[in-house]
Design a protein around this ligand. Structure first.
Ligand code: PLP
Length: 382
């Protein structure tokens, strides 16, 4: 499989000089269709941090995803300026300049910002414009043993129906704010893989607790004010989250490009769609070929799972001591010559786009286009 893959990618990009990045549109489109299938009719909101390329975001929306879960307010304002609408900023914004621009500009009707405490409300109120749409972020982690163990991303301090309803009342009481939605993202189910039995048992227990609590949180907040949407989940939990009655839409992004961290799921198998090519520049010994660059580790807890992975030619592996380096990456286990190429996959989806100005789009054995990444458009939001 990997040698076929390498041949296909080589054929499509023979005239390009590595390093460069490629997106396989057949895989991307199949992955978009699979996310929609898994959501079983519930809308899938695109997590833009996992794409970071406007052309691919537009492609995903054309395929049927709906709305954007943006990762910073400046990003959302920029996308709105390019015509995007229904943008929900997934993480709280304390950028006063961007909040002022939101409150006083045309993007106000298209952008919703995340809040989980009174300080967020104060910051928006200080931007002093027309009412701004807000979304409550409520913790979706799993706290067994009476909270002595806490599993999940450290996000919102709001956890109970009462806490969520109290902040909803504050929002409702402030003229500069408009309650728009509610989000609860279960990172411990959606973003960590589920290959091992212990992880699967944890995820099943967490999901049981979350289904009940999410329904109660949503009911408590809806008793204060209507909600346009209730967002939950991510690539790893689409079917499970979409099945909850209290949830009106799921979020997903990584499943489109299918980086290596998303190989660790049973139940769905996205097709790897993003690759980067590196040139072999030297042979320090007969069994080692060293490629130029390649040191693109992914964010999160540092470790081997965050390193890029060589995928073609088959049989290559990183050197344990050097890993993927800033200026060179030694590769073991192949018969490579100086001037050959190696194909790698990133551990995460959107972060690859922070390394390349453009993505070359391929289909079958052909190159069918080249599109700028955010970085290629001169924008680096995080
Ligand atoms: C709030 C939120 N929703 C959803 C997701 C899922 O995104 P993806 O499908 O790219 O993993 C994330 C990822 O971190 C997130 O932070």
């Amino acid at each position: 499989m990997t040698s076929d893959l390498g041949q296909r990618l080589d054929a499509a990009t023979a005239d390009l000089e590595p390093p460069f990045a490629v997106v396989d549109l057949d895989a991307f489109d199949a992955n978009a269709a699979d996310l929609l299938r898994r959501a079983a009719g519930k809308p899938v909101r695109l997590a833009s941090k996992s794409v970071r390329c406007r052309a691919l975001a537009e492609r995903a929306l054309a395929a049927g995803l709906r709305g954007i879960l943006s990762f910073t307010l400046p990003e959302a304002l920029w996308l709105a300026g390019h015509g995007a609408s229904d943008l929900v900023v997934a993480y709280p914004a304390v950028d006063r300049t961007a909040l002022r621009e939101l409150a006083s500009g045309p993007a106000r009707e298209r952008v919703t910002v995340m809040v989980d405490c009174r300080e967020h409300l104060d910051l928006i109120a200080a931007a002093a414009g027309a009412p701004v749409r807000v979304c409550l972020d409520v913790d979706a982690g799993w706290w067994p043993l009476g909270g002595r163990i806490r599993i999940g991303a450290k996000r919102s301090p709001l956890r109970t129906p009462e806490q969520a309803a109290a902040l909803a009342r504050e929002v409702a009481a402030r003229p500069g704010l408009e309650l728009d939605g509610l989000m609860m993202y279960e990172a411990q189910i959606a973003g960590v893989g589920n290959r091992g039995p212990v992880i699967r048992a944890m995820q099943a227990a967490s999901a049981r607790e979350l289904t009940r609590r999410r329904a109660a949180v949503v009911a408590a907040v809806r008793a204060v004010a209507p909600l346009r949407f209730v967002n939950g989940g991510g690539t790893g939990s689409v079917e499970r989250t979409a099945a909850e009655r209290a949830v009106t839409e799921v979020a997903a992004g990584s499943g489109l490009l299918a980086p290596t961290l998303f190989d660790a799921y049973r139940g769905f198998t996205p097709r790897p769609a993003a690759f980067f090519a590196l040139p072999v520049v030297r042979r320090p010994s007969p069994h080692v070929a060293t490629a130029l660059g390649g040191g693109y580790p992914a964010s999160g807890p540092a470790g081997r799972s965050r390193l890029p992975r060589p995928v073609a030619p088959a049989g290559l592996r990183l050197d344990r001591r050097e890993g993927a380096g800033e200026v060179q990456t030694p590769l073991l286990g192949g018969e490579l010559r100086v001037g050959d190429r190696v194909w790698m996959r990133h551990a995460k989806a959107g972060e690859l786009c922070e390394r390349f100005d453009v993505l070359h789009l391929v289909r079958g054995g052909e190159r069918v286009g080249t599109v700028p990444t955010y970085r290629g458009e001169g924008r680096a939001f995080l």
